[in-house]
Design a protein around this ligand. Structure first.
Ligand SMILES: Nc1ncnc2c1ncn2[C@@H]1O[C@H](COP(=O)(O)OP(=O)(O)OP(=O)(O)O)[C@@H](O)[C@H]1O
Ligand SMILES: [Mg+2]
Length: 263
């Protein structure tokens, strides 16, 4: 059991963030001392989402796959942050930009996801992670008219789909993967949940293939954009990825519709 109550500062505890590693929509990531990073959330980001990411990260911390290992949830004078162990590696988007190796990257991404999806949970016995169906339902209810016939129909259809009990990353795309000497490592704990593997594959496929490229809609640009600079490359990457996962567009179609319905 992880102790995550009071953390006594060690003598080397940094007082201020170091070099900025990334600028995101909801958080910026900085070095934190020599061997850690801090993901500092913007003041507009809801605190319940920060604690949800922290508890997700704790839930998977001891599972045997390469991931960004969580250390603590921290209140700093710069806002709330989650501290993770620092990983030395190249972001998969930068790797793609440098090498153009779409097929190799897609294969690595798929191999990491298969390892994650191989873990299963009895969702009736764990409260640590939300179910993918609950996440999909909530997204439809907050983004669409909750009482519209279309939303009701989508939610009814979701209820007919097999829930599954696999660990899903929920936010796996090349921007959330570092390539290291020890293999590929998953970042971002915000989307971990329990569900059907097809949900996770559909979510990654969506993040790869359906999000706008830079210049199209700058404001809603997602982290999956950088590096895969045009729609044709995205589609190609998506095809390599599905092949490597051993899934077809038809198989993920149901979950893809549910994800799009929640946008
Ligand atoms: N543990 C880590 N070690 C080294 N670099 C990291 C680590 N965690 C994050 N980074 C760097 O910061 C970037 C952003 O991290 P992360 O994906 O967690 O934040 P985000 O994109 O803002 O949020 P999210 O993906 O959860 O929506 C990563 O792409 C990576 O370059
Ligand atoms: Mg990210």
């Amino acid at each position: 059991m992880d102790f995550h109550g009071i953390h006594f500062p060690d003598k080397d505890e940094p007082q201020t963030p170091g070099k900025k590693l990334s600028e995101g929509r909801n958080a910026n990531v900085y070095e934190w001392g020599n061997d850690r990073v801090i993901k500092l959330f913007k003041s507009t980001y809801p605190s319940e989402k920060i604690t949800a990411e922290y508890y997700n990260a704790l839930a998977v911390k001891n599972l045997g796959f390469n991931k960004s290992v969580v250390c603590e949830l921290k209140k700093t004078e710069f806002g709330f942050g989650i501290i993770y162990k620092k990983i030395a590696g190249e972001n998969m988007l930068d790797y793609i930009l440098r090498t153009g190796d779409l097929k190799g990257a897609a294969t690595e991404l798929a191999s990491l996801q298969k390892k994650i999806n191989a873990f299963s949970f009895d969702s009736s016995k764990t409260e640590a992670l939300e179910s993918a169906h609950q996440i999909l339902k909530n997204q439809m209810l907050v983004t669409k008219k909750a009482d519209s016939d279309a939303t009701k129909e989508m939610i009814r259809f979701l209820g007919t789909m097999k829930e599954g009990n696999a660990l899903c990353h929920g936010n796996l795309h090349p921007g959330n993967v570092l390539m290291t000497e020890d293999g590929v490592v998953a970042l971002s704990a915000s989307g971990y949940c329990i569900g059907n593997k097809l949900y996770d594959v559909a979510k990654t496929f969506f993040l790869i293939a359906y999000t706008p490229v830079p210049g199209e809609q700058e404001s809603s640009c997602c982290p999956g954009c950088r590096g895969i600079s045009n729609m044709e490359e995205r589609k190609e990457f998506g095809r390599y990825y599905l092949d490597a996962m051993g899934k077809t567009a038809t198989e993920i179609g149901g979950y893809l519709s549910m994800i799009i319905a929640g946008m």
